[in-house]
Design a protein around this ligand. Sequence first.
Ligand SMILES: Nc1ncnc2c1ncn2[C@@H]1O[C@H](COP(=O)(O)OP(=O)(O)OP(=O)(O)O)[C@@H](O)[C@H]1O
Length: 742
Amino acid sequence: MDEREATDRSVWAEFTVGMRGRWQQRRAMLRLLPRGGPAVVGTAVALQVVAGLLPIGFVLATAEVIAGVPAAVAGGVDSEAWRELRDHLITAAALFFAIQLLLPVQAFLGELLRRRIDGGIRDRLMADSFRGTGIAVLEDPELLDQAADGLTMLRMGHWSPGAACAGFIALLSRYLQTVAAAAVISFAYAWQAGLAVLVAGLTIRFGYRVGLSVFGRIYRRHQRVRRRRFYFRDLLLTSGPAKEIRIFGLLDWVGSRYAEAFMQGALPVWRQRRRIFYGPYVLYTLTAFVLLSAALAGAARATATGVLTIGAFMIVMQAALTSIRIGAFIAESDVQTEYGMNAETALRRFGELTTAAADGERGGEPVPPDAPVREIRFEQVTFRYTPDSPPVLDGLDLTIPAGASLAIVGLNGAGKTTLVKLLARLYEPESGRITADGVDIRTFDGAAWQRRVAAIFQDFVHFELPVRDNVGFGAAGDHDDAAVEDALRRAGALDFVTALPAGLDTPLSRQYEDGADLSGGQWQRIAIARALMAVHGGARVLVLDEPTAALDARAEVAFFDRFLDLTRGVTSLVISHRFSTVRRADRIAVLESGRVVESGTHADLLTLGGRYAELFTLQAARFTGSHPSPDPLDQPAPTGPTDPPGALTVPTDPPDAPTASAAPPGAPTAPRAPATSAAPPGALTAPSAPATSAAPPGVPAASAVPPGIPAASAGPAQHSAGPSDRPAGLSDELPEEAVADA
Ligand SMILES: Nc1ncnc2c1ncn2[C@@H]1O[C@H](COP(=O)(O)OP(=O)(O)OP(=O)(O)O)[C@@H](O)[C@H]1O
């Protein structure tokens, strides 16, 4: 229902439309109350009863004081009337102080109640709602709206469900006071006057609550705008975006977007205010005024005619004023209950959505030990993120042999990461299936399967926690220092971690006093260590999504030189745009249009001369200068002879030779044959003997190797004489740095 519809409806119609929901909310509040604990709830209720009755006692005592003054004055200081007056005065003062003393105790109990109830809700949300293995539900816009509102209220605490419960209890004393005051009027004067005063107070109260409820309903409809506002606020106030916001001078822009979003959410509510509050409020107040005036006028006349004593009149007057106070804004209850109930509704919906998603995934068979031992297969897998978006994977078939490495390449947005998310059961395929040794992974217990898959995504989490946790989380919090250090050492991170102020205990964030921040490459090594830790903890499938994108060329070479060692016996999947990384995998799959369009070894795919060869050529050309860019800035930087020896070597793997990654770990590498280049004039060429390679027809063997850089081969260099038909630049002789930096 949109806002226009709501504004077209009368306040009363809008109120009645929301009536059912409000009763549900109130029932939900009552169900929440016991979470405050019987002692706290019981004491709070008892105090509210006392707090409701004390003002009536005060009214009676002060009336007695006023009524007793003439007799006391006439009787003098030692008279009985004087002593009575004194006693009434002391009683009134004691009641007054009791009321004042009760206020902070009531506030304290209300706060305790709020904390307990909100704490319970928070625990329930964490325990129930986030136990699912999938993440699709967490990207659902409706859920995000509910979460933004509900969680914000829960975090702030002012308008949370707990605050609403405390607000409801606080109403007890107010209503008790109102009814008791009306009863006093009935006894002191006439039941008709008591009833009139009661109805007057409740009428104003009702009018106000109707307005507040309608106001709350309109407010709730602007969840999405508020979420946008929170986003702009966080852009301004959090450190992540701070760099770019400043560098691009976006402070004002974001500030004005924030103000705009604020107004977008607030204006419709404000515009409704007059209609919702002022009109009806005048009507209800006039009605109450007439009723109250009639009751008080009657009492005044009765007093004037001697039917009512002056003391009784004072009681009626004060009781009427006490009773009518129910119609005023109740600071400890009104806003809290209205918005707190909205927060409860939002959080309940949030819980329902996440629980439903988790329930759909529940159960499942245990994952067989050591699975996968043969292979993982994607069989005709189709997947789309939302029902109306095009498929990202479209009938995809792929076999990942167990214990070997598979690289996945493809253009940006081809679906590489999506494929991994499906493998890790963060999402489920729309059709088709993924099997491990022939068993659909959907039949496995989701959490158990996820323990089997160690995935480090491009946007891996930078936990603002000590190094030990950042790595240990790979093995579900295994914090065995020896294992953590071993993983760090193998990821090439131990040296810089040891140099940190508190070693493994150093929090990885500058936002903590003794914390340290790391460079992108250092963080990536921490992530790799986390993945290795996961393998240590029993993961059998290792997924590295762009694992070396932030590593320098030397670190990348070092990492992949040890990669097979590091992942021996583990099924590994590597996604990378760096061909120096990709080529080392046992097999490579090329993803395009939601399917695997080519697969094979690096050599096979070069020979095929298809998509992979084309991508490889494109990347190579940037560095060989085979396709010089008209823009001088686009030219590759020559690598100087000062570079450390060995840092830029790349294994040569002619099409019919084993790839570097396929070489047995520790096997000696054959000396690299010097390469020549068919590069354009001016391109850097390696000295010495010509290197040729078996290449697809029409492809000249070419490679540019900067001077002074020895070319090496992981296998025996095999060269065919004669002209090569490999595309220009499509050479295995690329300097590692050049490929790595592409
Ligand atoms: N959470 C998501 N919700 C909706 N669409 C998504 C989501 N994640 C990815 N997509 C879309 O799915 C498509 C494939 O994305 P994916 O991240 O799998 O590509 P990729 O091949 O890994 O790309 P890259 O090489 O840039 O990392 C893209 O069009 C992207 O917009």
